[in-house]
Design a protein around this ligand. Structure first.
Ligand SMILES: Cc1cc2nc3c(=O)[nH]c(=O)nc-3n(C[C@H](O)[C@H](O)[C@H](O)COP(=O)(O)OP(=O)(O)OC[C@H]3O[C@@H](n4cnc5c(N)ncnc54)[C@H](O)[C@@H]3O)c2cc1C
Length: 160
């Protein structure tokens, strides 16, 4: 059984739910999804994992109530349980420039926490993203240096 820790309507017919699922929360990577079933009679419904809390052992989903199953999910309350939560499923999304993503995520988290998007709120995350990008570029340039030197020192190498 997988209890709901938090459920709220974040936009018209769009719901956010945080579900206790410790083992999934530890393994989950960005881009993966779950298959949930409310009870024995329920359909198995795939929903993307939005985020996970490895310390608290929960995963967060966001879904639109469009049909029978998702409408039933939307009616569930804190403490209600899903019979089955299977995952994480699917190939994880390949993310490059990880530092940039982390910084931008931090900026959005700050905006969500404060409910505003002013410069003071996003500055720390953007600055983190810029520093991480600069670090990534430096590593890339240093990694290409030996190759460039070999190409320059080799007659006819690199000519097209
Ligand atoms: C990988 C993946 C990730 C997804 N992630 C998200 C997400 O993050 N957020 C989101 O909002 N959506 C997501 N979706 C879409 C989501 O899974 C669908 O919107 C959802 O499956 C539809 O739910 P429903 O309530 O309309 O289903 P239902 O109306 O319950 O229908 C589900 C199936 O059951 C059948 N069915 C329903 N009732 C009956 C019945 N009485 N008898 C027989 N058959 C019946 C239907 O024909 C259908 O095939 C994702 C889909 C996939 C594939």
């Amino acid at each position: 059984m997988f209890p709901i820790l938090e459920t709220k309507e974040i936009a018209k017919n769009v719901y956010l739910q945080r579900i206790q699922a410790p083992r999934i929360s530890k393994k989950r990577k960005a881009g993966q999804f779950l298959v949930l079933r409310r009870n024995e009679e329920g359909e198995r419904i795939p929903l993307t994992i939005v985020s996970s809390d490895t310390v608290g052992g929960s995963v967060t989903i966001i879904f639109q109530a469009v049909g029978k199953s998702t409408t039933e999910f939307a009616e569930m309350k804190v403490g209600d349980t899903y019979l089955d939560v299977v995952g994480p499923l699917g190939l994880a999304t390949h993310i490059e420039k990880f530092g940039t993503v982390v910084g931008i995520i931090r900026a959005f988290e700050n905006m969500a926490a404060t409910g505003s998007g002013g410069f003071a709120v996003v500055a720390a995350g953007i600055s983190e993203a810029l520093v991480a990008t600069a670090g990534g570029l430096l590593v890339g340039v240093l990694a290409m240096l030996p190759v460039t030197l070999v190409v320059l020192a080799t007659p006819n190498c690199g000519a097209t």
